[in-house]
Design a protein around this ligand. Structure first.
Ligand code: SAH
Ligand code: SF4
Ligand code: F3S
Length: 484
């Protein structure tokens, strides 16, 4: 954990302070009293299980939530037979919501066996009024519900729930504040996400994120740099700068700056080895950023550049504000500057009004760009977004058929490009022991491709030279050239 807080300096006999983050330190201290009493009764600390759905933003939020719980004395577990179960939800597509309802059904069975179990829900799905109503009515055994804007309040909400026997619901419509200086418990010791901004102002017509994550807010560059320095001091060698559209970073700061400028400053931090970022909106990707990526040694040779559709007509309906030709020209510029870069993307199939011709344009882009990989999604109607009200929703069977054809093409082209570095030596950041083979470890190249090679757990977190012996489609088998 970094940013550990000295809770002993908080006096629980006083009233809670009004200012943040002091107020949360106070409630962490109050929760810790409960944790200690629990420990005395049960001979063990209470166990907390956090389940994360959705994107990297949620993953990072969960590290903050776990940081708060660990600071108060909870023990982490990945089993849902726990004393506190927290679902950090996603609502980007309907199947994400359905998953949560299904799992809540199973949790109710566990709660019947352990009536003291606390069930908490937070994240994007909780920012939707209908979802919260449904949970209140159909899942009354849920104890705490909060949203995306107030995750820093977990200790306060938990304390509230411990004091009174009823559901605690606290959802904010938005916030201007960014509460800093809370504890964080990272999943990986050697790499970390770092929020550089929150929210989204782009309102792509299919997307619910701007409604559930609120308006775009950038963090101050000094806060970001200080956080990364602290992470590096704590053993981190790779950071992933996170935002829904990192290319619009800094526009609304009191002293505006660009993402390209931020990247150059992060690149200067001693001890940091790798910088990744996500996500780049093509409409805002500047020549300055391409230059900065090219100049900065630590910036990885990978760019995730969601296209969504290859049809300019559909892109306009999606409110993406670029055309197929504009996107392809951008890809050319990026590849000219960095010929070895790997490109990945997101694609939606079956957007309202999408014809076979539109879909053929999407296939055409995949053939031309030759992505290293692509996340492909069936369009999912999200209530409240402009696209949900559009006529001509594509029938399910037609969309499914297009989805299958797209996936086949993506796999075919990716299979051809992914092995392009076979027979060379690459720098690999070792992430974990290999899941499938004893005596092997797994890591990633700068361009994000996975490599498996013989090695021991001591290599985890280290950057090593690996000879890329054989490409197996989407990953390499290699062998260690030099110990670090
Ligand atoms: N901010 C990022 C994406 C965040 S959501 C960006 O602009 O690229 C991640 C992906 O989910 C999107 O890129 C899109 O491909 C997909 N997505 C979003 N809303 C969707 C919907 N209603 N149906 C299907 N896929 C969707
Ligand atoms: Fe959604 Fe578009 Fe914002 Fe991405 S940029 S989060 S797709 S609205
Ligand atoms: Fe899902 Fe929220 Fe991320 S809706 S994709 S978890 S921003």
């Amino acid at each position: 954990m970094y940013n550990e807080i000295d809770l002993d300096r908080m006096d629980p006999s006083l009233d809670p302070p009004a200012e943040e983050p002091e107020r949360q330190y106070y409630f962490m201290a109050r929760c810790r009293e409960w944790v200690l009493a629990f420990q005395q009764d049960h001979g063990r600390p209470p166990r907390a299980c956090i389940q994360t759905f959705g994107c990297q933003m949620n993953a990072r939020d969960s590290e903050k939530l776990l940081g708060i719980l660990s600071q108060t004395g909870f023990e982490e577990t990945d089993r849902e037979e726990a004393d506190l179960v927290l679902y950090n939800t996603c609502t980007v597509r309907d199947n994400a919501n359905q998953k949560v309802y299904g799992r809540l059904g199973r949790l109710s069975v566990l709660k019947r066996k352990n009536p003291h179990m606390i069930i908490a829900l937070c994240g994007c799905m909780m920012q939707e009024r209908q979802a919260v109503e449904k949970i209140r009515k159909s899942y009354p055994f849920v104890d705490i519900i909060f949203g995306t804007h107030n995750i820093f309040k977990l200790a306060e909400l938990l304390y509230d729930r411990l004091c009174r026997q009823q559901m605690v619901v606290d959802i904010w419509d938005g916030t201007k504040a960014v509460v800093e200086e809370l504890p964080t418990q990272r999943k990986f010791p050697f790499k970390s996400g770092v929020n550089i901004m929150f929210g989204c102002n782009n309102f792509c017509s299919y997307c619910i994120v701007p409604y559930v994550r609120g308006r775009e807010r950038s963090r101050e560059p000094e806060e970001i740099l200080a956080e990364i320095r602290r992470l590096v001091a704590d053993g981190v060698v790779e950071v992933m700068l996170l935002g829904q559209n990192v290319n619009s970073y800094g526009k609304n700061l009191a002293r505006p700056m660009t993402f390209a400028q931020l990247l150059r400053q992060v690149n200067e931090i001693p001890g940091l080895a790798r910088i990744r970022f996500m996500t780049s909106h093509p409409k805002d990707l500047s020549v300055d950023l391409i230059e900065a990526m090219k100049d900065c040694q630590k910036v990885c040779r990978h760019l995730h550049l969601p296209i969504q559709s290859g049809s300019s007509r559909i892109l306009e309906q999606m409110n993406r504000r670029y055309t197929k030709e504009g996107y392809l020209a951008l890809v050319d510029r990026i590849r000219q500057a960095m010929p070895d870069i790997s490109l990945t993307t997101d694609i939606i199939v079956g957007f309202p009004g999408e014809t076979e011709e539109d879909f053929q344009e999407t296939l055409d882009v995949v053939r031309r760009v030759r992505y290293d990989s692509a996340f492909t999604f069936l369009y999912s109607k999200r209530t409240g977004t402009p696209a949900a009200a559009m006529a001509a929703q594509v029938p399910e069977d037609v969309a499914k058929d297009r989805f299958d054809r797209l996936l086949a093409l993506v796999q075919q082209t990716a299979g051809q490009v992914c092995g392009r570095d076979t027979g060379t030596v690459g720098k690999v950041l070792v992430e974990c022991p290999d899941d499938h083979q004893d005596g092997y470890v797994t890591g990633r190249l700068s361009n994000n491709t996975t490599v498996h090679f013989p090695g021991t757990v001591e290599l985890v977190g280290k950057l090593v030279d690996v000879y890329l012996e054989e490409s197996r489609g989407f990953y390499y088998m290699g062998r260690l050239v030099k110990e670090p």
